[in-house]
Design a protein around this ligand. Structure first.
Ligand code: DGJ
Length: 726
């Protein structure tokens, strides 16, 4: 039973795959007992921190500030960061007293109104505990949802508030989860993914220190700067060893992740909507649903954690007909032409791509309005007949005639001040009256908290999709939010704008993926500025970074793989010198590094040398052979580009009969030492053949003696081994 309730001690044990999470109702409050390796349900009060013991049998008030609480409130003797704060306009109070008021257990995983969330295909895959807490005085009901997954070491948490009282309330803070760890678990590091444009998801890992350390976005998007994923890792945790507790949020907007270590060394980890510039009016009879937090545990290091998160994301976050399908090899014209193209030039590039085996041609920015640069036309989703005189239909016919599918770029959330849309509706963008409207990349953000704005964009784009066989859409978002305000909301609701923007965005995405289920959607935000589980619920892949340099990508993709599956990471082979950092790398290395779950090209293939063109044909053919393996296999990171001058990883099929191993040199040393890769995840008893050769190796030798890496001849060179069991 995933959810076990011991009535005698009023304790709950949540048993997901390979992990147990437990709490107990004490004095009406849910008190956290345990999270870690699987544990039989039993009375655990003896294991509470010593300072909490008195609390168990207390009669009067007892200090709460060292009690591990499941959902701490503001205004008590717990001085740590609360999970919830409610302003009560009737008397100005912010005090809450939330006590246990019952619970239910149901099969499966409920959807969350208006928000992306994890789901199951069958009810048997998860069980959900709804724990009801109530503040009697206010008539506020708080439902804590815990969904426990049978095939993943994952528990998801979210919170629903219902105002059952008579007075209006104002939500000032509502986090999706709060977990009080005990210092008895040992010292921990905080691992986080941070960065900026072209340097997304860099890794940082630092020892927890007393006080609060937080990661957040205030940009209206999950952001390049801080990803909502973070983990607490045991001091000595590595790819293979150690306890790791991971958190992520199924949300694409402002978030707060906060870890507060108290005076006894006990960390409190919290994640949810960022309280910064947020409040929400909750009138009597209304409810509010928080985004969902994903909590995962690994008792054997980061590698295992990532593999489990990858499986979970593929099976319980991504949806739709493309979830399990092989992704087409694509060619995107952006770095090949930027805005400078016409129909003949595009058809020429597509013709060479077709000869190489590419399956999908993607027309990026610049096909609409009068967009010859980034200064106009966003919001006017009408084809530019100067560039494409036969219209989109004619271009698509030509591309399809070459045997390629057609894909198109949009940036639905934006408007250029120089556009018909802005001239007609200057109040449709985010703005605050009488204040300057800050542009970013010469554009403003549409106010998606307004249904009529979303409706207008929906109609324009849907008309195009209905009239033309478009099989793929790249959904871009090239700036973050400023002057966050909505012309339609009253003053007391202005701080709802950023979250309402996300609700509008999600509703629009839901509409598109429902009406056009066969289109493959790819998320994008100036590269990987919105790489999160919220977007992945609608779009199974995301443009990982605008940085297409193979060596820079080693770090970006390694960091991203901590939390997200290879199948979600779009990666392209591009020209050299690289357009972002001017580096020159071998064509083979660019191919190896881009061969993730969503592979493509972003250059004018007609400009390649004969050798590179031949290599392209080989790469495409090879990728088609292994794309099922890359998309669904288990990833093992063998060498970190952050700590070594190499990078290496391998992907192993579920039945362990096939693997693809990739090794890349960054800067090589003079008179280089011997290097080996100790492979992982193979079947020790099987013999593997190196595809296309007579070379045989046993699995045990590859894992224990190691695979010798060829002597490096030059910086940035690479080797790939495709192993197939005999
Ligand atoms: C940013 C994206 O990340 C690029 O790939 C490209 O689509 C440009 N926007 C187009 O403006």
């Amino acid at each position: 039973m995933p959810v076990e309730y011991l009535a005698a001690s009023r304790s709950f044990f949540l048993h997901a795959k390979d992990t147990t999470y437990a709490f107990q109702i004490l004095n009406g409050w849910p008190v956290h007992l345990y999270w870690g390796p699987p544990l039989t349900a039993q009375n655990l009060t003896d294991f509470l921190p010593l300072r909490a013991r008195g609390f168990v049998c207390q009669q009067g008030d007892y200090p709460l500030d060292n009690i591990p609480l499941e959902f701490p409130v503001y205004g008590t003797s717990d001085y740590r960061s609360p999970a919830i704060e409610i302003f009560q306009p009737a008397d100005g109070s912010r005090i809450l007293d939330l006590r246990y008021a019952g619970h239910t257990v149901s099969a499966g995983k409920p959807a969350l109104a208006g928000l992306p969330a994890s789901y199951t295909d069958a009810d048997g895959e998860a069980q959900t505990l709804t724990l009801k807490l109530e503040d009697q005085l206010l008539g506020l009901r708080v439902e804590l949802l815990y969904s426990v997954f049978a095939n993943s070491p994952v528990i998801t948490r979210s919170v629903k508030l219902s105002n059952l009282g008579r007075q209006p309330l104002s939500i000032r803070r509502l986090l999706s989860c709060s977990v009080d760890f005990s210092a008895a678990f040992g010292d921990y590091h905080l691992l986080q993914l941070h960065g900026t444009w072209a340097r997304e998801r860099d890794l940082s890992c630092a020892r927890l220190r007393p006080g609060s350390q937080s990661i957040e976005s205030r940009r209206g998007a999950s952001s390049h700067q801080h990803n909502p994923f973070f983990a607490l890792t045991e001091l000595a945790a590595s790819e293979e060893h150690g306890r790791v507790y991971a958190f992520n949020l199924v949300y694409s907007g402002n978030f707060l992740a906060n870890v507060e270590v108290n005076y006894d060394g006990n960390p409190r980890a919290q994640l949810g909507l960022n309280p910064f510039d947020f409040s929400w009016q909750l009138a009597p009879g209304q409810s509010f649903q928080s985004p969902e937090a994903v909590l995962a545990f690994s008792g054997s290091g980061l590698g295992r954690l990532s593999r489990e998160l990858h499986r979970f994301t593929r099976r319980h976050i991504c949806r739709g007909s493309w979830r399990d399908r092989a992704r087409p090899v694509l060619l995107n014209n952006w770095e090949a032409t930027y805005f400078n193209f016409n129909a003949d030039r595009l058809a020429g590039i597509a013709a060479t791509a077709a000869e190489c085996g590419v399956e999908l041609f993607v027309l990026d920015d610049g096909w609409f309005g009068q967009r010859d640069n980034d200064q106009s036309s966003l919001g006017d989703w009408v084809v530019d007949l100067q560039k494409l005189p036969g219209g989109l239909a004619d271009l698509v016919r030509r591309i399809n005639g070459l045997g390629l599918q057609f894909g198109l770029w949009f940036e639905p959330e934006m408007v250029s001040p120089d556009s018909d849309l802005y001239r007609a509706h200057p109040d449709w963008c985010m703005h605050v009256p009488n204040r300057h409207r800050t542009t970013g990349r010469n554009q403003l953000v549409l106010d998606f908290s307004r249904p009529e704005v979303c409706e207008h964009i929906y109609r324009q784009i849907a008309a195009l999709l209905r009239g033309t066989p478009i099989r793929y859409i790249k959904w871009d978002m090239n700036r973050h939010l400023t002057e966050i305000g909505s012309a339609q909301l009253p003053p007391e609701r202005q701080q709802e704008t950023a979250h309402r923007y996300l609700l509008g965005l999600y509703a629009l995405m839901e509409r598109f993926v429902t009406e056009f289920p066969d289109i493959l959607f790819e998320g994008c935000s100036g590269g990987g500025g919105r790489f999160d589980l919220g977007i992945l619920h609608y779009m199974p892949q995301i443009w990982t970074s605008d940085n297409s340099d193979a060596i820079a990508r080693l770090r970006i993709q390694h960091g991203t793989s901590l939390a997200y599956p290879l199948s979600s990471m779009a990666a392209h082979v591009s020209a050299v010198p690289n357009h972002q950092n001017h580096r020159v790398t071998p064509y083979d290395t660019r191919g190896c590094v881009a061969a993730t779950g969503a592979f493509g090209y972003e250059l004018d293939l007609a400009k390649l040398s004969a050798d590179d063109l031949a290599a392209t044909k080989r790469q495409v053919a090879c990728y088609k052979q292994v794309r099922g393996l890359l998309a669904n296999g288990d990833l093992y990171r063998l060498k970190s580009p952050f700590t070594t001058s190499e990078a290496a990883w391998m992907v192993v099929a579920a039945d362990r009969r096939e693997a693809l191993v990739t090794h890349v040199w960054q800067l090589i040393e003079s008179n280089p030492r011997d290097h080996y890769l100790y492979l992982r995840g193979l079947d020790p008893a099987l013999t593997y053949q190196l595809a296309g050769t007579d070379q045989l190796w046993r699995g045990d030798a590859l894992m224990s003696a190691g695979l010798p890496v060829p002597r490096p001849q030059a910086d940035f060179t690479s080797t790939q081994w495709h192993l197939v069991a005999q």
